[in-house]
Write a protein that binds this ligand. Structure first.
Ligand code: FES
Length: 116
């Protein structure tokens, strides 16, 4: 069966918004990469839960609809720059038809050990 299309708005750190089309089941890291979104250092570990550069911030009603994060995700998320109550790692969140039209916010920075 044809997978449902899901529209995603990425609210970029510079204040612009980039709107892209994705398919149900794709994760928010892959969607950003497929669409060549220019996010500094994004997805450094390619979705293997070994970095926190794919950190995205969700709106509360959307966040509440997402599947619970795993302990592994929460551990890594703790290291993310600018962590919020509605933060998730983009590589761990797959879009569904119910989320169609969601907006995710790209944080203004990524945690980088070289800056510490
Ligand atoms: Fe590294 Fe998501 S891309 S944890």
């Amino acid at each position: 069966a044809e997978k449902a299309k899901v529209t995603v708005h990425y609210s970029m750190a510079d204040g612009s918004t980039v709107t892209v089309q994705s398919k149900e089941g794709e994760n928010l890291l892959d969607i950003a990469i497929e669409n060549d979104l220019d996010i500094d250092g994004f997805g450094a570990c390619e979705g293997t839960l070994a970095c926190s550069t794919c950190h995205l911030i969700f709106q509360q009603p959307i966040y509440d609809q997402l599947e619970e994060p795993t302990d592994e995700e929460l551990d890594m998320l703790d290291l993310a720059f600018g962590l919020t109550d509605t933060s998730r790692l983009g590589c761990q969140v797959c879009v569904t038809k119910a989320l169609d039209g969601l907006t995710v916010k790209v944080p203004e920075g990524v945690a980088d050990a070289r800056d510490v």
